[in-house]
Design a binder for this molecule. Structure first.
Ligand code: HEC
Length: 156
């Protein structure tokens, strides 16, 4: 008898959590997660850019750590953050993601891959002095801009 109660509880569990999962996948929540992802990218990039520009003293260990974190982020495939129905045409005021992302998916992905490759290059040289770091950070920055120019609106 007791066993069957436990079984019933176990079966009921997925049913109970299902609405919570559906809630987490609300389009506005996906857009917010996407903005959070890019905020993390921006945070790591900011530390690197400061060293590249000489606004912060070059520190090989810190440069390697920041580049490593950017590497981790660049490997995160953010496909889940690109659910249909989450562009700025769908969610005005909540996202700057342009509908072009979903119209030119291959090009968007190519721009994502260019970013990833530039970050690999950055990781190869991050510990090799300020000049090498600055050049590699500049390359990464170019890939951020290339994607934003085509796929991110200027304003919310
Ligand atoms: C493959 C495309 C792509 C690449 C590469 C990319 N971004 Fe973005 N980024 C976007 C898109 C799309 C958005 C808009 C997200 C939204 O509003 O939903 C965005 C948003 C942002 C935001 C705004 C977050 C906010 O508060 O609204 C920042 C900051 C940012 N990116 C920084 C960077 C930096 C720094 C890099 C490079 C190190 C980078 N991005 C690389 C596509 C890209």
């Amino acid at each position: 008898m007791r066993k069957s109660i436990i079984t019933a509880a176990a079966l009921a569990f997925p049913v109970l959590i299902a609405p919570a999962l559906a809630q987490a996948a609300e389009p506005a929540d996906i857009a917010a997660a996407r903005i959070g992802y890019f905020s993390l990218v921006n945070l790591e990039m900011g530390g690197l850019a400061a060293m590249a520009k000489g606004e912060a003293p070059y520190d090989a260990d810190r440069a390697k750590a920041l580049a490593g974190d950017l590497g981790t982020l660049s490997e995160y495939l953010h496909d889940d953050l690109l659910a249909p129905g989450t562009s700025n045409a769908d969610l005005a005021g909540k996202t700057r993601a342009l509908p072009a992302i979903w119209e030119q998916t291959d090009d968007y992905r190519a721009k994502g891959m260019a970013f990833r490759e530039a970050v690999v290059g950055l990781n190869e040289v991050a510990g090799q002095g300020q000049e090498a770091l600055a050049a590699a950070v500049g390359k990464v920055g170019g890939t951020c801009k290339a994607c934003h120019d085509s796929y991110r609106a200027k304003d919310f």
